[in-house]
Design a protein around this ligand. Structure first.
Ligand SMILES: Cc1ncc(COP(=O)(O)O)c(C=O)c1O
Length: 276
């Protein structure tokens, strides 16, 4: 397996960073993550735009343009020959002499095999809530401290994931975006304190052909009054949320709107791959 590290494609075992990197010293850096399907880099333009935006937001100067990054990704894809896989691009704070000021970042791109099926039946999840907002939520940073720290709590409560909120207004999951379907078939998703997921964007586009779509505040009370709820991400696509803090949402099973949107999302992905 090859990885891209700074200016070269090298074997993964030989790819190392110095311990002075700000990612190690302070957990400072950004990344993006997306799937490769049948040799096609899925929604790569969106992911590269977000990667560059995250870098700018975090005052990290990415050493490559969007086109250069795209070429590097294609080169790595060719070298590893993994038709169905994931790509993780990480930009770190660099080898900081005072372990505080970001300097020239290190760029790592890793690819791993990732098999994926076109499942049309959404998984059903039980979630809990937690008062928290990520640091600098607009950026896809490498800081997942709260989500990881809450893992034992999730196991103890037999919950699949945790939804962050502030004063009852919800935002996002550690790694996914959140949606509800109201009783009058309005699709709502939080807009503040969230990372704008690429899957979120695709789902909003699919949904707006059939439903009224609103990006704005969603409260825990709204969720309890909703017909359906679901989460989105590149690896989870759409999964239904049927229980929150022990209470059923809607009928307590994946609903028809969630199922339809999952189908639309899979079809969108298939047509994106066909066009390439
Ligand atoms: C905080 C956060 N929100 C949402 C998402 C989902 O984004 P995407 O749909 O681009 O995978 C992620 C992905 O890791 C994330 O880290």
């Amino acid at each position: 397996m090859f990885v891209f590290l700074n200016n070269q494609l090298i074997e993964a075992e030989k790819a190392t960073l110095h311990i002075s990197d700000l990612a190690i010293q302070r957990g400072y850096g950004i990344f993006d993550f997306f799937r490769v399907r049948e040799d096609v880099l899925l929604y790569v333009e969106d992911h590269l735009d977000r990667f560059i935006q995250s870098a700018q937001f975090m005052h990290l100067s990415c050493p490559y343009s969007k086109d250069q990054l795209h070429s590097i990704l294609q080169e790595l894809q060719k070298k590893n020959n993994l038709p169905n896989s994931s790509m993780r691009m990480i930009l770190t704070g660099g080898y900081s002499p005072d372990a505080y000021q970001p300097v020239a970042p290190n760029l790592i791109i890793m690819q791993n095999p990732l098999a994926f099926q076109d499942n049309h039946v959404p998984k059903s999840l039980s979630i809990i809530t937690r008062e928290y907002v990520r640091d600098i939520p607009e950026a896809k940073t490498i800081n997942y401290t709260m989500g990881i720290w809450l893992q034992p709590k999730l196991a103890e409560q037999k919950a699949d994931d945790v939804l962050y909120h502030i004063n009852g207004t919800v935002s996002e999951f550690p790694r996914c975006n959140f949606f509800i379907v109201t009783k009058d078939n309005v699709i709502m998703t939080p807009e503040k304190n969230v990372l704008k997921g690429v899957t979120r964007k695709k789902v909003l586009a699919c949904a707006s052909s059939y439903y009224k779509v609103v990006e704005g505040p969603v409260t825990i009370t709204d969720i309890l009054n909703a017909k359906e709820a679901f989460l989105t991400s590149s690896t989870k696509r759409i999964q239904a949320i049927t229980k929150i803090n022990g209470q059923a949402i809607g009928h307590g099973e994946p609903g028809s709107v969630t199922t339809e949107l999952l189908k639309s999302l899979v079809m969108l992905e298939q047509s994106f791959v066909k066009q390439k």
